[in-house]
Design a protein around this ligand. Structure first.
Ligand SMILES: [Zn+2]
Length: 121
């Protein structure tokens, strides 16, 4: 039986985990990566997660605002897009239809970045 790593999102053998790496669900290989890289992965997880939620809350928006200023350009651009979505349509219900009608350019960005997939989960 392996153990799940939340950074690389795969099941790895138990020997790939040790001590606290087991507890925090991060395998040895990911633990060896620079912190900034791990942070970017977690940030992206959060961004995608917000779109999966039925509602993007005020608290989420505050977090998105922070991430939009990230040093990581990918995190910053994804956060900026979801921030725009949260501002015009915080609720998931009929979001895509609304965006298609009122903000097609934003919908285009969701498609281009793959963020739209999170919406469908
Ligand atoms: Zn890993």
């Amino acid at each position: 039986m392996g153990h799940y790593c939340r950074i690389c999102r795969c099941e790895r053998p138990n020997e790939q985990f040790s001590g606290d790496s087991y507890k925090i669900h991060v395998c040895k290989r990911c633990k060896a990566k620079p912190k900034s890289e791990r942070q970017a992965t977690e940030d992206k997880d959060d961004i995608f997660g917000f779109l999966e939620q039925s509602h993007i809350s005020e608290k989420n928006v505050a977090r998105l605002e922070q991430m939009a200023k990230s040093d990581n350009p990918q995190v910053a651009s994804l956060a900026a897009i979801v921030l725009d979505v949260a501002r015009v349509k915080p609720y998931k219900t009929r979001r895509l239809k609304f965006l298609a009608q009122k903000h097609p350019e934003l919908l285009g960005k969701l498609r281009d970045t793959g963020l739209i997939l999170a919406h469908h989960w």
